[in-house]
Design a protein. Sequence first.
Length: 357
Amino acid sequence: MKKHNFYAGPSILSEYTIKNTAEAIINFAGTGLSILEVSHRSKEFQAVIDEATALVKELLEIPEGFSVLWLGGGASMQFCMIPYNFLSGKASYLDTGTWASNAIKEARTFGEVEVVASSKDANYTYIPRGWKVAEGSQYFHYTTNNTIYGTEIRRDPEVDVPLIADMSSDIFSRKIDWSKYIAVYAGAQKNLAPAGVTLVIVRDDALGHVGDRAIPTMLDYRTHIKKGSMFNTPPVLPIFSALQTLRYYKSLGGIPELERRDLAKAKALYDAIDSSRLFQGTVTDPADRSIMNVCFVMRPEYKELEAEFVSFCAERGIVGIKGHRSVGGFRASLYNALPMESVQALIEAMKDFEYKH
Ligand SMILES: *Cc1c(COP(=O)(O)O)cnc(C)c1O
């Protein structure tokens, strides 16, 4: 049976990515060796990382003056690397969820952190509005897509300090105005590759402004810029898979086409939720709804049917829709690689389940 994969991360990858990765595990670039056993300094792997870097720049339209890095440690490592490299005085952060608050906690080790607003009081079911960045902030940090709660900020905020964003779960779903940013980072396991690599994009001239702070070699972005992400052994296999995904994205027509598909998938599912008798969305204001992670629950009078719906879906090959433990209910992740056909399968399951009850 065909599986419809709604896992939140690690998550669905394109068939193209998986097929080519499987092939390279047997025979990489005609070397007669597996990608798992070749040197990261081989000319064949150098070609992989070079093309992947070039495609990131092309697809995201990254201008001169920015470096694209492939690092280990997950997005969570960036929660500490960002302030290590950029914060010596004060920074402003927006608290829209668990990941945002983890980033805040790490930043406090390095400087003064102003939390401009938080939606924690309502279990992060909305994006706070009307906040102001603290005067004298070196940057403003925010999470574009709150994977756990299903809220998203799809427009680069208008503030008068440089932006830094955790785009782990919605990178490659929209255009980015690079003139506003000094750094963007994304764990690969949501919209790019298997877990193990983090894509980091930093503005070169924003580095080196943290006074006389000593930064450990591995945590200093300049180390990785200087060595083309090869100061130490990079995550070879995830980078190979990332390249396949990037080629696939380009072949589809790049960000505009990906965004068009993502918006259409999200609209179809939210329409189904909104017109349903059993289900309801968890995000208060529809304007804050994520197009990547759709969070919904059973209406209070049907609450006891939630577990049954998960198994009802499993029988149809629909997997990964159980909500995060801090929200409950359901979360359908509609990452770039998820076809509309899978969204239709979920909508049909919702309708059939409703008919049954
Ligand atoms: C998944 C996720 C993270 C954590 O990523 P790791 O690679 O596990 O550290 C951070 N931020 C966001 C927005 C995420 O979705």
